[in-house]
Design a protein around this ligand. Structure first.
Ligand SMILES: Cc1ncc(COP(=O)(O)O)c(C=O)c1O
Length: 387
Protein backbone atom coordinates (compact mmCIF):
# COMPACT_ATOMS: atom_id res chain seq x y z
CA UNK A 1 0.00 0.00 0.00
CA UNK A 2 1.46 3.42 -0.87
CA UNK A 3 2.37 5.53 2.12
CA UNK A 4 1.58 9.21 2.44
CA UNK A 5 4.59 11.26 3.57
CA UNK A 6 2.78 13.63 5.82
CA UNK A 7 5.98 15.55 6.67
CA UNK A 8 6.78 16.49 3.13
CA UNK A 9 3.12 17.36 2.57
CA UNK A 10 3.29 19.75 5.52
CA UNK A 11 6.32 21.41 4.03
CA UNK A 12 4.70 21.84 0.65
CA UNK A 13 1.37 23.18 1.78
CA UNK A 14 2.42 26.63 3.00
CA UNK A 15 4.66 27.25 0.00
CA UNK A 16 2.00 26.79 -2.65
CA UNK A 17 -0.51 28.74 -0.66
CA UNK A 18 1.97 31.56 -0.10
CA UNK A 19 2.77 31.65 -3.78
CA UNK A 20 -0.79 32.30 -4.93
CA UNK A 21 -0.58 35.65 -6.72
CA UNK A 22 -3.28 38.29 -6.63
CA UNK A 23 -5.05 39.01 -9.89
CA UNK A 24 -6.97 42.00 -11.11
CA UNK A 25 -10.59 41.99 -9.89
CA UNK A 26 -13.28 42.42 -12.53
CA UNK A 27 -13.70 46.20 -12.71
CA UNK A 28 -17.42 46.28 -13.40
CA UNK A 29 -18.47 43.87 -10.69
CA UNK A 30 -16.13 45.31 -8.05
CA UNK A 31 -17.21 48.90 -8.73
CA UNK A 32 -20.85 47.76 -8.61
CA UNK A 33 -20.12 46.29 -5.15
CA UNK A 34 -18.55 49.62 -4.11
CA UNK A 35 -21.54 51.55 -5.46
CA UNK A 36 -23.95 49.38 -3.45
CA UNK A 37 -22.18 50.50 -0.26
CA UNK A 38 -22.41 54.23 -1.05
CA UNK A 39 -25.12 55.81 1.05
CA UNK A 40 -25.92 58.85 -1.11
CA UNK A 41 -29.50 58.95 -2.40
CA UNK A 42 -28.22 60.43 -5.65
CA UNK A 43 -25.80 57.64 -6.53
CA UNK A 44 -26.10 56.29 -10.06
CA UNK A 45 -24.94 52.88 -11.26
CA UNK A 46 -24.16 52.94 -14.99
CA UNK A 47 -21.93 49.89 -14.84
CA UNK A 48 -23.66 46.62 -15.46
CA UNK A 49 -25.41 45.82 -18.71
CA UNK A 50 -28.76 45.00 -17.22
CA UNK A 51 -31.96 46.69 -18.36
CA UNK A 52 -33.67 49.05 -15.92
CA UNK A 53 -37.08 50.72 -15.88
CA UNK A 54 -37.56 54.52 -15.88
CA UNK A 55 -37.24 54.39 -12.10
CA UNK A 56 -33.94 52.54 -12.30
CA UNK A 57 -35.46 49.24 -11.17
CA UNK A 58 -35.03 45.77 -12.66
CA UNK A 59 -37.82 44.91 -15.09
CA UNK A 60 -38.89 41.27 -15.12
CA UNK A 61 -40.49 40.83 -18.54
CA UNK A 62 -44.28 40.28 -18.28
CA UNK A 63 -43.95 37.41 -20.80
CA UNK A 64 -41.42 35.77 -18.46
CA UNK A 65 -43.73 36.23 -15.46
CA UNK A 66 -46.57 34.69 -17.45
CA UNK A 67 -44.40 31.72 -18.48
CA UNK A 68 -43.38 31.24 -14.83
CA UNK A 69 -47.04 31.33 -13.79
CA UNK A 70 -47.93 28.67 -16.35
CA UNK A 71 -45.01 26.48 -15.34
CA UNK A 72 -45.94 26.79 -11.69
CA UNK A 73 -49.48 25.80 -12.58
CA UNK A 74 -48.28 22.72 -14.50
CA UNK A 75 -46.57 21.44 -11.36
CA UNK A 76 -44.09 19.33 -13.36
CA UNK A 77 -42.63 16.78 -10.93
CA UNK A 78 -39.50 16.50 -13.10
CA UNK A 79 -38.73 20.21 -12.98
CA UNK A 80 -35.70 19.74 -10.74
CA UNK A 81 -34.28 16.70 -12.54
CA UNK A 82 -30.97 16.77 -14.38
CA UNK A 83 -31.02 17.83 -18.00
CA UNK A 84 -28.93 15.83 -20.49
CA UNK A 85 -25.29 16.95 -20.63
CA UNK A 86 -25.90 18.81 -23.90
CA UNK A 87 -29.10 20.38 -22.58
CA UNK A 88 -32.81 20.39 -23.30
CA UNK A 89 -33.43 19.42 -26.96
CA UNK A 90 -36.67 21.43 -27.25
CA UNK A 91 -34.97 24.54 -25.90
CA UNK A 92 -32.01 24.05 -28.24
CA UNK A 93 -34.32 23.74 -31.23
CA UNK A 94 -36.07 27.00 -30.28
CA UNK A 95 -32.72 28.68 -29.76
CA UNK A 96 -31.56 27.58 -33.24
CA UNK A 97 -34.78 28.86 -34.81
CA UNK A 98 -34.43 32.25 -33.16
CA UNK A 99 -30.86 32.60 -34.34
CA UNK A 100 -31.24 31.47 -37.88
CA UNK A 101 -34.91 32.07 -38.64
CA UNK A 102 -35.53 28.41 -39.45
CA UNK A 103 -38.83 26.66 -40.03
CA UNK A 104 -39.29 23.01 -39.08
CA UNK A 105 -38.40 21.79 -42.59
CA UNK A 106 -35.16 23.72 -42.90
CA UNK A 107 -32.16 21.71 -44.07
CA UNK A 108 -29.89 23.98 -42.07
CA UNK A 109 -30.76 22.07 -38.87
CA UNK A 110 -28.65 19.24 -40.26
CA UNK A 111 -25.57 21.43 -40.27
CA UNK A 112 -25.89 22.38 -36.59
CA UNK A 113 -24.40 20.98 -33.43
CA UNK A 114 -25.71 22.82 -30.36
CA UNK A 115 -25.26 22.53 -26.63
CA UNK A 116 -26.96 24.38 -23.82
CA UNK A 117 -24.58 26.51 -21.78
CA UNK A 118 -24.35 28.65 -18.67
CA UNK A 119 -25.64 31.68 -20.53
CA UNK A 120 -23.53 33.62 -23.05
CA UNK A 121 -20.35 33.59 -20.97
CA UNK A 122 -20.57 29.82 -20.67
CA UNK A 123 -21.14 29.55 -24.42
CA UNK A 124 -18.01 31.59 -25.14
CA UNK A 125 -16.04 29.53 -22.66
CA UNK A 126 -17.24 26.15 -23.97
CA UNK A 127 -16.63 27.32 -27.54
CA UNK A 128 -13.14 28.53 -26.61
CA UNK A 129 -12.37 25.24 -24.82
CA UNK A 130 -13.59 23.25 -27.83
CA UNK A 131 -11.53 25.32 -30.28
CA UNK A 132 -8.41 25.21 -28.15
CA UNK A 133 -8.68 21.38 -27.87
CA UNK A 134 -9.39 20.76 -31.55
CA UNK A 135 -8.71 23.71 -33.80
CA UNK A 136 -5.71 24.87 -31.72
CA UNK A 137 -5.71 28.35 -33.23
CA UNK A 138 -2.49 30.29 -33.26
CA UNK A 139 -4.20 33.64 -33.09
CA UNK A 140 -7.48 35.11 -31.87
CA UNK A 141 -8.67 38.46 -33.24
CA UNK A 142 -10.98 40.72 -31.28
CA UNK A 143 -12.30 44.22 -31.81
CA UNK A 144 -10.49 46.98 -29.94
CA UNK A 145 -12.12 47.66 -27.57
CA UNK A 146 -14.18 44.59 -26.85
CA UNK A 147 -16.00 43.02 -23.91
CA UNK A 148 -13.04 42.29 -21.59
CA UNK A 149 -13.86 38.60 -20.87
CA UNK A 150 -13.41 37.81 -24.60
CA UNK A 151 -9.69 38.27 -24.15
CA UNK A 152 -9.55 36.42 -20.84
CA UNK A 153 -11.50 33.43 -22.15
CA UNK A 154 -9.58 33.01 -25.41
CA UNK A 155 -6.04 32.75 -24.16
CA UNK A 156 -5.10 30.38 -26.96
CA UNK A 157 -7.98 29.46 -28.85
CA UNK A 158 -5.56 28.22 -37.76
CA UNK A 159 -7.08 31.75 -36.47
CA UNK A 160 -10.28 32.78 -34.78
CA UNK A 161 -12.06 36.13 -34.96
CA UNK A 162 -14.64 37.08 -32.34
CA UNK A 163 -17.37 39.31 -33.70
CA UNK A 164 -20.36 40.70 -31.87
CA UNK A 165 -23.54 40.23 -33.88
CA UNK A 166 -25.30 43.45 -32.81
CA UNK A 167 -25.40 46.20 -30.18
CA UNK A 168 -21.61 46.00 -29.67
CA UNK A 169 -20.37 46.11 -26.09
CA UNK A 170 -18.80 48.56 -25.22
CA UNK A 171 -19.01 50.88 -28.23
CA UNK A 172 -22.62 50.51 -29.40
CA UNK A 173 -21.27 50.51 -32.97
CA UNK A 174 -22.13 47.65 -35.31
CA UNK A 175 -20.83 46.62 -38.70
CA UNK A 176 -23.02 47.52 -41.68
CA UNK A 177 -24.36 44.72 -43.90
CA UNK A 178 -21.73 45.60 -46.51
CA UNK A 179 -18.98 45.34 -43.90
CA UNK A 180 -20.33 41.98 -42.68
CA UNK A 181 -20.23 40.65 -46.24
CA UNK A 182 -16.62 41.76 -46.54
CA UNK A 183 -15.71 40.15 -43.20
CA UNK A 184 -17.38 36.88 -44.25
CA UNK A 185 -15.51 36.94 -47.55
CA UNK A 186 -12.16 37.52 -45.77
CA UNK A 187 -12.89 34.71 -43.26
CA UNK A 188 -13.70 32.34 -46.13
CA UNK A 189 -10.66 33.35 -48.18
CA UNK A 190 -8.16 33.25 -45.30
CA UNK A 191 -9.62 30.26 -43.47
CA UNK A 192 -10.42 32.26 -40.34
CA UNK A 193 -13.00 30.74 -37.98
CA UNK A 194 -15.64 33.36 -37.04
CA UNK A 195 -16.98 33.16 -33.51
CA UNK A 196 -20.14 35.24 -33.33
CA UNK A 197 -21.10 36.51 -29.91
CA UNK A 198 -24.86 37.06 -29.87
CA UNK A 199 -25.59 38.57 -26.47
CA UNK A 200 -27.97 41.38 -27.45
CA UNK A 201 -30.30 40.01 -30.14
CA UNK A 202 -33.15 42.52 -30.33
CA UNK A 203 -31.40 45.44 -28.64
CA UNK A 204 -29.90 47.09 -31.72
CA UNK A 205 -33.04 47.54 -33.83
CA UNK A 206 -35.72 46.41 -31.38
CA UNK A 207 -36.36 43.39 -33.61
CA UNK A 208 -34.57 40.07 -32.90
CA UNK A 209 -35.19 38.88 -36.47
CA UNK A 210 -33.52 41.94 -37.98
CA UNK A 211 -30.64 41.87 -35.51
CA UNK A 212 -29.88 38.29 -36.54
CA UNK A 213 -29.06 39.37 -40.09
CA UNK A 214 -25.27 38.72 -39.83
CA UNK A 215 -25.85 35.20 -38.44
CA UNK A 216 -28.27 34.37 -41.20
CA UNK A 217 -25.96 35.78 -43.83
CA UNK A 218 -23.07 33.61 -42.58
CA UNK A 219 -25.30 30.51 -42.41
CA UNK A 220 -26.64 30.94 -45.95
CA UNK A 221 -23.49 31.80 -47.88
CA UNK A 222 -23.28 30.13 -51.28
CA UNK A 223 -19.97 28.58 -50.24
CA UNK A 224 -20.68 27.78 -46.61
CA UNK A 225 -18.04 28.26 -43.94
CA UNK A 226 -17.93 26.80 -40.45
CA UNK A 227 -18.56 29.17 -37.58
CA UNK A 228 -19.49 29.23 -33.91
CA UNK A 229 -22.21 31.20 -32.13
CA UNK A 230 -22.47 32.04 -28.45
CA UNK A 231 -26.09 32.81 -27.64
CA UNK A 232 -27.31 34.49 -24.48
CA UNK A 233 -30.85 34.99 -23.20
CA UNK A 234 -29.69 37.14 -20.27
CA UNK A 235 -30.52 40.47 -21.84
CA UNK A 236 -33.36 39.90 -24.29
CA UNK A 237 -35.37 37.81 -21.80
CA UNK A 238 -34.14 39.70 -18.71
CA UNK A 239 -32.98 36.35 -17.32
CA UNK A 240 -29.60 37.57 -16.09
CA UNK A 241 -29.31 35.34 -13.03
CA UNK A 242 -30.87 32.27 -14.64
CA UNK A 243 -27.92 31.61 -16.96
CA UNK A 244 -29.70 30.46 -20.11
CA UNK A 245 -27.55 30.24 -23.22
CA UNK A 246 -26.26 27.97 -25.95
CA UNK A 247 -23.19 27.32 -28.03
CA UNK A 248 -23.82 26.41 -31.66
CA UNK A 249 -21.49 25.17 -34.34
CA UNK A 250 -22.66 25.79 -37.87
CA UNK A 251 -20.88 23.24 -40.02
CA UNK A 252 -20.54 22.39 -43.68
CA UNK A 253 -22.65 19.82 -45.47
CA UNK A 254 -19.66 17.46 -45.70
CA UNK A 255 -19.19 17.49 -41.90
CA UNK A 256 -22.26 15.33 -41.27
CA UNK A 257 -20.25 12.18 -40.57
CA UNK A 258 -18.22 13.95 -37.91
CA UNK A 259 -21.09 15.67 -36.07
CA UNK A 260 -21.40 12.84 -33.54
CA UNK A 261 -17.73 13.22 -32.60
CA UNK A 262 -18.14 16.96 -32.26
CA UNK A 263 -21.09 16.55 -29.93
CA UNK A 264 -19.14 14.00 -27.87
CA UNK A 265 -16.24 16.43 -27.51
CA UNK A 266 -18.59 19.18 -26.33
CA UNK A 267 -20.31 16.78 -23.93
CA UNK A 268 -16.91 15.77 -22.56
CA UNK A 269 -15.96 19.40 -21.87
CA UNK A 270 -19.30 20.09 -20.16
CA UNK A 271 -19.30 16.85 -18.17
CA UNK A 272 -15.85 17.56 -16.78
CA UNK A 273 -16.66 21.17 -15.91
CA UNK A 274 -20.19 21.35 -14.52
CA UNK A 275 -21.84 18.15 -15.69
CA UNK A 276 -25.18 19.47 -16.91
CA UNK A 277 -26.79 22.88 -17.48
CA UNK A 278 -29.33 24.60 -15.20
CA UNK A 279 -32.94 24.23 -16.31
CA UNK A 280 -35.11 27.03 -14.92
CA UNK A 281 -34.11 29.76 -17.37
CA UNK A 282 -34.07 27.48 -20.40
CA UNK A 283 -37.53 26.17 -19.51
CA UNK A 284 -38.85 29.74 -19.39
CA UNK A 285 -37.26 30.56 -22.76
CA UNK A 286 -38.63 27.45 -24.46
CA UNK A 287 -42.09 28.08 -23.00
CA UNK A 288 -42.14 31.58 -24.48
CA UNK A 289 -40.62 30.75 -27.85
CA UNK A 290 -42.85 27.69 -28.20
CA UNK A 291 -46.12 29.58 -27.69
CA UNK A 292 -47.25 31.95 -30.45
CA UNK A 293 -49.00 34.41 -28.10
CA UNK A 294 -46.22 34.52 -25.55
CA UNK A 295 -43.64 34.91 -28.29
CA UNK A 296 -45.57 37.83 -29.81
CA UNK A 297 -45.77 39.43 -26.37
CA UNK A 298 -42.04 38.91 -25.82
CA UNK A 299 -41.23 40.54 -29.18
CA UNK A 300 -43.22 43.61 -28.13
CA UNK A 301 -41.34 43.73 -24.85
CA UNK A 302 -37.93 43.51 -26.53
CA UNK A 303 -38.94 46.34 -28.81
CA UNK A 304 -40.10 48.41 -25.81
CA UNK A 305 -36.75 47.89 -24.04
CA UNK A 306 -34.85 48.89 -27.15
CA UNK A 307 -37.02 51.99 -27.64
CA UNK A 308 -36.54 53.09 -24.06
CA UNK A 309 -32.77 52.75 -24.40
CA UNK A 310 -33.05 54.90 -27.53
CA UNK A 311 -34.96 57.59 -25.66
CA UNK A 312 -32.42 57.61 -22.81
CA UNK A 313 -29.78 58.09 -25.50
CA UNK A 314 -31.64 61.04 -27.05
CA UNK A 315 -32.26 62.65 -23.68
CA UNK A 316 -28.59 62.37 -22.75
CA UNK A 317 -27.57 63.74 -26.14
CA UNK A 318 -30.06 66.64 -25.90
CA UNK A 319 -28.80 67.50 -22.45
CA UNK A 320 -25.18 67.61 -23.53
CA UNK A 321 -25.07 69.04 -27.03
CA UNK A 322 -24.60 72.72 -27.66
CA UNK A 323 -23.18 73.26 -24.20
CA UNK A 324 -19.73 74.16 -25.53
CA UNK A 325 -18.14 71.01 -24.29
CA UNK A 326 -15.23 69.52 -26.17
CA UNK A 327 -17.49 67.01 -27.90
CA UNK A 328 -20.86 67.33 -29.65
CA UNK A 329 -21.72 63.90 -28.21
CA UNK A 330 -23.36 62.95 -31.52
CA UNK A 331 -21.79 59.51 -31.15
CA UNK A 332 -24.28 58.81 -28.36
CA UNK A 333 -27.16 58.80 -30.83
CA UNK A 334 -25.14 57.11 -33.58
CA UNK A 335 -24.57 54.10 -31.34
CA UNK A 336 -27.24 51.55 -30.45
CA UNK A 337 -27.98 48.96 -27.83
CA UNK A 338 -27.36 48.94 -24.14
CA UNK A 339 -24.09 50.85 -23.97
CA UNK A 340 -22.58 54.12 -24.93
CA UNK A 341 -18.90 54.75 -25.22
CA UNK A 342 -18.95 58.31 -23.96
CA UNK A 343 -15.37 59.30 -24.75
CA UNK A 344 -14.90 60.59 -21.20
CA UNK A 345 -11.34 60.38 -19.92
CA UNK A 346 -10.37 58.13 -17.02
CA UNK A 347 -9.89 61.26 -14.89
CA UNK A 348 -13.37 62.52 -15.75
CA UNK A 349 -14.79 59.11 -14.92
CA UNK A 350 -13.05 59.22 -11.57
CA UNK A 351 -14.42 62.67 -10.80
CA UNK A 352 -17.95 61.56 -11.67
CA UNK A 353 -17.49 58.74 -9.18
CA UNK A 354 -15.87 60.74 -6.40
CA UNK A 355 -17.89 63.94 -6.63
CA UNK A 356 -21.25 62.78 -7.91
CA UNK A 357 -21.36 59.08 -6.96
CA UNK A 358 -21.92 58.24 -10.60
CA UNK A 359 -20.35 54.91 -11.38
CA UNK A 360 -19.21 53.99 -14.89
CA UNK A 361 -16.32 51.90 -16.13
CA UNK A 362 -12.91 53.58 -16.50
CA UNK A 363 -13.12 53.16 -20.28
CA UNK A 364 -15.98 55.69 -20.23
CA UNK A 365 -18.61 53.09 -21.11
CA UNK A 366 -22.03 53.67 -19.62
CA UNK A 367 -24.97 51.35 -19.52
CA UNK A 368 -27.75 53.34 -21.18
CA UNK A 369 -30.22 51.53 -18.97
CA UNK A 370 -29.12 53.84 -16.17
CA UNK A 371 -30.40 57.29 -15.31
CA UNK A 372 -29.62 60.50 -17.08
CA UNK A 373 -26.36 62.04 -15.94
CA UNK A 374 -26.31 65.14 -18.09
CA UNK A 375 -25.59 67.76 -15.46
CA UNK A 376 -22.67 65.92 -13.92
CA UNK A 377 -21.01 65.18 -17.28
CA UNK A 378 -21.33 68.85 -18.25
CA UNK A 379 -19.63 69.90 -15.07
CA UNK A 380 -16.61 67.61 -15.35
CA UNK A 381 -16.21 68.36 -19.06
CA UNK A 382 -16.22 72.13 -18.53
CA UNK A 383 -13.29 71.82 -16.17
CA UNK A 384 -9.96 71.69 -18.09
CA UNK A 385 -8.15 70.22 -15.09
CA UNK A 386 -9.88 66.85 -15.53
CA UNK A 387 -8.56 66.32 -19.06
C1 LIG B 1 -20.57 41.12 -25.53
C2 LIG B 1 -21.08 40.19 -24.48
N1 LIG B 1 -21.03 38.87 -24.69
C3 LIG B 1 -21.49 37.99 -23.81
C4 LIG B 1 -22.03 38.41 -22.62
C5 LIG B 1 -22.49 37.31 -21.71
O1 LIG B 1 -23.49 37.58 -20.84
P1 LIG B 1 -24.19 36.39 -20.05
O2 LIG B 1 -23.14 35.46 -19.58
O3 LIG B 1 -24.93 37.05 -18.95
O4 LIG B 1 -25.09 35.72 -21.02
C6 LIG B 1 -22.08 39.78 -22.32
C7 LIG B 1 -22.60 40.28 -21.04
O5 LIG B 1 -22.48 41.39 -20.64
C8 LIG B 1 -21.61 40.70 -23.29
O6 LIG B 1 -21.67 42.01 -23.09
Amino acid sequence: MPTLHIDSFRELTPSWVDAIPSILADEIFSLAGECRLVESKNKVDLLIGAYRSDDGDPWPLPSVLEAERRLQHQGDAAKHEYLPIEGDPVYLRQAQKLLLGLDDQSKLFQRLVSVQTISGSGAIHIGAAFLSRLLKPGCVWVSDPTWAPHILMFERAGDVIILQVCAHNPTGLDLTQEQWKKVAEICARKGIFPFLDNAYQGFATGNPERDAWPLRYFANMANPIRFGVAQSFSKNFGLYGQRAGAFHLVLKEQDRAIQGNILQQLQFIIRTEYSAPPRTGSTIVKTILGDADLKAQWLTEVSAMSQRLGSVRSALHNGLRGSQLNSDFDHIIQQSGMFSYTGLSTKEVLRLRQEFHIYLSSSGRISMAGYYVTRAIREVQQDPSSK
